[in-house]
Write a protein that binds this ligand. Structure first.
Ligand SMILES: N[C@@H](CCC(=O)N[C@@H](CS)C(=O)NCC(=O)O)C(=O)O
Length: 219
């Protein structure tokens, strides 16, 4: 992609779906313009953004021709098809199914229950900070227990979730770990996940996707 046709990445520094997509874009060497939408002040629900993405969620990737891609996993699949090297999915169908399955455990089982609007609703039902944190932690542990088991016992697991090259599953795991830190999830019982997270943190493409390294980062 030329400098002129750089896509716009609508995102937010600590949104885990944004982190996972930034890691994928960086890993594949796809340059993008960073467009920040502060979720805390509901910038994602402004009419100009809703006109591009009626769901009002981040991330969205706006291409030079005006096409707006949404849903982080769908965008990653599009990236894989348009920028196959380096791959984020293995070559064999069984390997691809395994990577997608690990990615979906995080993206479909944890994230939707712990999204900002869901946490706001849990609070609206009367929970305080402690209650919201307990809710968040519950859904992480519910999936991290089997995720750890799957990763620790499969010979397919390597330095990363699948072999020795990062995959879409790693992008999701990497992003989830930052959310875990914010909500003080104790991950000591998940040594394989912690080991993979440490390995991912050695990769420049992933490190650059971390919340603290974004232009809209606040401490
Ligand atoms: N399944 C979507 C989820 C996108 C999503 O929910 N993003 C969150 C940030 S991680 C968001 O925009 N939340 C806004 C809100 O909850 O109000 C994806 O993977 O892209």
């Amino acid at each position: 992609m030329s400098e002129l046709s750089k896509p716009l990445l609508h995102n937010y520094f600590r949104s885990s779906t944004s982190i996972r997509l930034r890691a994928a874009l960086n890993y594949k060497g796809v340059a993008y313009e960073y467009v920040a939408h502060n979720l805390r002040t509901h910038e994602n629900t402004r009419p100009d953004y809703l006109a591009k993405n009626p769901a009002g969620l981040v991330p969205a990737l706006e291409l030079a021709d005006g096409t707006v891609l949404t849903q982080s996993l769908a965008i990653m699949e599009w990236l894989e098809e348009t920028h196959p090297t380096p791959p984020l999915l293995p070559a064999d169908p069984l390997g691809r199914a395994r990577v997608r399955s690990l990615a979906y455990m995080i993206a479909c089982e944890i994230h939707p229950l712990n999204n900002l609007r869901v946490l706001d609703q849990v609070r609206a039902y009367g929970q305080d900070d402690e209650g919201v944190t307990a809710w968040f932690q519950k859904w992480v542990h519910t999936t991290f227990i089997p995720l750890e088991q799957l990763l620790a016992t499969s010979p397919a697991t390597g330095r990363y979730c699948h072999g020795d090259a990062p995959s879409m599953a790693d992008a999701c795991l990497f992003a989830q770990m930052f959310n875990n830190q914010r909500f003080k999830v104790d991950t000591a019982a998940y040594p394989t996940i912690e080991r993979i997270f440490a390995a991912l943190n050695q990769l420049e493409a992933f490190k650059q996707a971390a919340p603290a390294n974004q232009p809209d980062a606040i401490t």
